[in-house]
Design a protein. Structure first.
Lengths: 200, 163
């Protein structure tokens, strides 16, 4: 890991960041490679490719990856209501009881080749829910591209993750879409959050 | 009113025909204790966890509709010369859908050597068992994504923590 101060203008690296794991240049290079690989693999399917991301963390990666794929494709986004713990100060405000879609796809995936774009696959719980849902819609094929993968923490195995940008270490990563309490998504690099920000 | 242990972990009212419970402040109360509703209870609502982080972990699993059981099985790791079991290990969670055990530890990294050794032994003796170990840092990171902070290693109160 590189010291944060050496790779970004002074003042642009928040004090909460321990260091930069992947610089903007390294990310751009890897995204280009992934785009080329996907272009090669999906060239035979013509116009039947649907690529969609799962908001919000995926936004920068999806925007960059789509432009690196040299194929006609349909793009879309999906939003999932993430887990929220019960608020002990306001017990009447009950959080959602189970995972649900808050913004579904606008394009049909039936009989089309579907590429799910993820920022990070960790335990795989969210992705597992989405893939189960998509399989019911009978796509022609289903694959996942993720910028970061943390295989060591995977609870759900046998996920069709075909393209991986980087293997993620055990640290809490932020930047390039990844957040901590909705902050740091706009950082142009992937950084490591200082442990004291979330641990004790 | 103190928490009432109603059924063994891993069961829901859906699996108990004829039983109904009501929930008061996150605790399951049998209908014969008063008013009742037909709400189907999640297992964490009447499981005693050894640590609050385990209760949070269970809630997240429930949220993602992943079926789990809490400490459902003990594995023998060492035996006395007379054949009786000398050392056992009970992983915290079994995820039924994925045929996977998950062990959580909230101890600091330097203190997990014994647990790591147990897991290594488990894998040697039971190579077909799939198990994932979540260290304190992994748990902190996993739960921090949902805005939950892992408490330090605590003394488990009598009866454990209720989800």
């Amino acid at each position: 890991m590189k010291p944060a101060a050496t790779l970004a203008p002074p003042g642009y690296v928040p004090n909460s960041i321990a260091g930069i794991l992947y610089s903007p240049e390294e990310i751009a290079q890897r995204v280009r490679e992934l785009g080329q690989q996907i272009t090669r693999d999906y060239a035979p399917v013509g116009r039947d490719l649907v690529a969609f991301g799962i908001l919000k963390g995926v936004l920068p990666f999806q925007a960059d990856l789509m432009r690196a794929i040299d194929l006609p494709l349909r793009s879309d986004v999906m939003t999932i209501a993430g887990y929220r713990p019960p608020n002990p100060d306001a017990p009447e405000q009950r959080p959602p009881g189970s995972v649900r879609i808050t913004k579904d796809l606008d394009v049909s995936v039936t009989d089309r080749h579907v590429l799910v774009i993820e920022d990070m696959v960790d335990t795989g719980l969210t992705l597992n829910f989405i893939l189960k849902l998509l399989r019911q819609r009978r796509p022609a094929s289903l694959a996942v591209v993720t910028l970061l993968s943390r295989e060591a923490q995977r609870l759900v195995t046998n996920l069709p993750i075909r393209y991986i940008g980087f293997e993620a270490p055990a640290d809490f990563l932020v930047g390039y879409g990844l957040d901590f309490q909705e902050q740091f998504r706009n950082l142009p690099y992937v950084g490591v959050l200082k442990n004291e920000m979330y641990g004790n | 009113m103190p928490p009432i242990a109603i059924e063994p972990p891993g069961l829901t009212s859906a699996t108990l025909p004829g039983r109904t419970f009501r929930v008061s402040r996150g605790r399951a109360i049998p209908k014969w204790a008063g008013r009742f509703s037909r709400k189907v209870l999640d297992p964490w609502q009447f499981t005693r966890f050894a640590h609050p982080a385990e209760a949070e972990f269970a809630r997240v699993l429930d949220f993602y509709r992943v079926r789990w059981r809490y400490e459902p099985r003990q594995f023998a790791l060492e035996w006395h010369p007379d054949g009786t079991t000398a050392k056992m290990f009970a992983p915290d969670f079994y995820l039924t859908d994925f045929d996977l055990y998950a062990e959580l530890t909230t101890q600091k990294q330097a203190l997990v050597t014994r647990k790591t050794a147990k897991l290594r032994r488990l894998r040697e003796l039971y190579p077909d068992i799939n198990i994932r170990l979540f260290y304190r840092k992994d748990l902190q990171r996993f739960l921090a994504r949902f805005g939950i902070q892992v408490a330090s290693q605590t003394v488990t109160p009598p009866g454990g923590f209720v989800g």
